[in-house]
Design a protein around this ligand. Structure first.
Ligand code: AHG
Ligand code: MN
Ligand code: MN
Length: 336
């Protein structure tokens, strides 16, 4: 594959590596690309069209839905439900599994997605994104049950995200490394711009919402205290900090120049009866797959995310991901 190749050609080539794949996988990734291009166009238009602000509804997580959360979800359904490439869908913005209309052909994949990640950034014109995870559907099942989606991250056939930033980029893995595509708006195509992304093993940059500091568990507090102590502390080097509040943007930065991203559990989260803030099935698992494929690591702080046996489509987990040596350090603070 060469730099500048179109996503369409790349997908056709990639399909050759996937056991048992027919044209359906190519079709599915094309559908996803179309959905992301539509969302990119709307995000880009911003206030010129009526997409900003709240929708006046709540999702299953009890979070206020933004108009663009709802619209992006509809764009995904529209792009994926009619072409015979998927058997069912699950999304952050839908309480239940989405079953296809009775007259639509069923395909052999399941897609889980976060149609718009970083919603709090939409109205302030900061990068947002879309995250997706692709699983095999159980064969011959007309309307797969939620249980069909509850597979560990290691079962993902592919995962990716699209970042709507200064440029729109699609980042993909099918288990053979991580490649990045940049949308050429005039051409209307994603073109391959970075191949075989590798996250540096070491980093001096961390990302965490420090406003939660007083609720953190001791191992997280210890790790951040040591980073903040810089040259004068046990790490013997200064650290930099970033927090965009869009997981897609944080992961994109880490894939580009390394770093560690954490959304740990804390006393406030536990008081709500939850285990974490981020969602396992359409945030942590796809990002974990991408980060591991780029040579990084992704854990809850205690165990590898990708081997968790899921119980619920909207299950939440603590997340620590990025440069391998830092993730291992944080994990060892929890387990040691
Ligand atoms: P979403 O917009 O899909 O609900 O996800 C937002 C997530 C994630 O992208 C980000 O890292 C985190 O929530 C931000 O949380 P804080 O607002 O607590 O910083
Ligand atoms: Mn999200
Ligand atoms: Mn979202």
């Amino acid at each position: 594959m060469h730099i500048g190749t179109t996503l369409t050609n790349y997908i056709i080539e990639t399909q050759r590596h996937i056991k048992g794949a027919t044209g359906e996988f190519t079709g599915l990734l094309n559908d996803l690309a179309v959905a992301c291009k539509k969302i990119a166009d709307l995000v880009n238009k911003g206030d010129l069209v009526d997409i900003l602000g709240t929708a006046g509804s709540e999702n299953v997580q009890g979070e206020q839905q933004k108009k663009l959360d709802v619209i992006s979800n509809e764009i995904f359904i529209e792009a994926l439900a009619h072409n015979g490439h998927v058997a069912a869908l699950a999304s952050e913005e839908m309480d239940e599994v989405y079953h296809l209309p009775a007259d639509r052909p069923r395909g052999k994949y399941l897609v889980l997605f976060d149609p718009l990640d970083g919603s709090s950034n939409i109205d302030v014109n900061v990068s947002v994104g879309t995250i997706f995870s692709i699983l095999k559907a159980p064969p011959g099942v007309e309307n797969p049950e939620p249980a069909a989606f509850l597979k560990p991250g290691t079962e993902q056939v592919a995962a990716g995200y699209c970042i709507y930033g200064p440029s729109t980029m699609m980042v993909l893995t099918t288990g053979h490394g991580v490649d990045m595509f940049t949308l050429d708006k005039h051409f209307g195509e994603f073109l391959l711009t970075h191949e075989g992304i590798q996250i540096p093993e070491d980093t001096q940059e961390f990302a965490i919402n420090a406003s939660n500091m007083r609720f953190w568990e001791a191992p997280v507090k210890r790790y951040i205290d040591e980073c903040l102590a810089g040259k004068d502390g046990p790490r013997g080097k200064d650290f930099n900090m970033r927090w965009v509040a869009s997981m897609v943007a944080e992961v994109h930065r880490i894939l580009t120049r390394g770093g560690v991203f954490m959304y740990p559990t804390d006393e406030k989260i536990k008081a709500k009866g939850q285990e974490g803030k981020l969602r396992l099935m359409y945030e942590a698992n796809p990002m974990g797959f991408i980060v591991e494929q780029a040579g990084g690591a992704c854990t809850t702080g205690r165990e590898r995310i990708m081997t968790i046996a899921p119980r619920d489509i909207h299950q939440r987990v603590p997340v620590v991901l990025g440069s391998r040596n830092e993730v291992e350090r944080v994990t060892s603070y929890h387990n040691g």
